[in-house]
Ligand binder design. Structure first.
Ligand code: URA
Length: 212
């Protein structure tokens, strides 16, 4: 597994505002969109392109265009939806599929799949899994295998914050034959007893949608 951490002063500044418990939901959503756009730049380095001949006002040239089949963006419901705008801004031609996986609050290390709106056949598709928090890693492993079993060509997870425990779990448990990469803005200290990332930002879904 390849791990990319965005080390950049702008990202650090935005992350500090994002984490602050006094930041209102409207600002939180804007920051998530901005951070995802920055992550998308790194995450899409391997995006496949084809030659595209065009005419500029001055000359003809061969440019590049995103190859087909189109890449697919997969937000993990609910919090992953908050990252969709930022991704769609960067790859407007991408298809969007939805995967509903959530932590079982009674057994925080396990996942429940509660929704799936994805093409059955993902053969040859480059997939971008978006979910703000890589906490235990359980959801990410399950979602990655779900996409790989449907034929995904490669899978890039884009998270805002990761816990070291989650990274280790993903490294150990994602099938090494899958072409898999993770892009994050920050790797935090640890998980607490309720599997929240510390210092983290709290419950990403609640903060995005104004539940607190
Ligand atoms: N999910 C969240 O929303 N926050 C955490 O800290 C961990 C998982």
């Amino acid at each position: 597994m390849e791990l990319h951490v965005l080390n950049h002063p702008l990202v650090e500044h935005k992350m500090t505002v994002l984490r602050d418990k006094n930041t209102p939901s409207s600002t939180f959503r804007e920051l998530v969109t901005e951070l995802v756009s920055l992550e998308a730049y790194e995450a899409t380095r391997g995006l496949e392109v084809v030659d595209k001949p065009i005419e500029t006002p001055v000359a003809t040239m061969v440019g590049k265009a995103i190859a087909k089949p189109r890449p697919i963006i997969v937000p993990v419901l609910r919090a992953g939806l908050g990252m969709l705008d930022g991704m769609m801004k960067m790859i407007p031609s991408a298809e969007v599929g939805f995967l509903g996986m959530k932590r079982d609050e009674e057994h925080p290390t396990q996942q429940i799949t509660h929704a799936n709106r994805l093409p059955e056949d993902l053969t040859g598709r480059q997939c971008f899994l978006i979910d703000p928090m890589l906490a235990t890693g359980g959801t990410l492993v399950a979602a990655t295998h779900y996409l790989a079993e449907r034929g995904a060509k490669d899978i890039t997870a884009i998270n805002i914050i990761a816990a070291p425990e989650g990274i280790e779990f993903v490294e150990k448990n994602v099938d090494p034959s899958i072409d898999f990469k993770v892009v994050v803005c920050a790797v935090d200290e640890t998980l607490n007893e309720r599997a929240y990332i510390v210092p983290g930002l709290g419950d990403a879904g609640d903060r995005l949608y104004g539940v607190i």
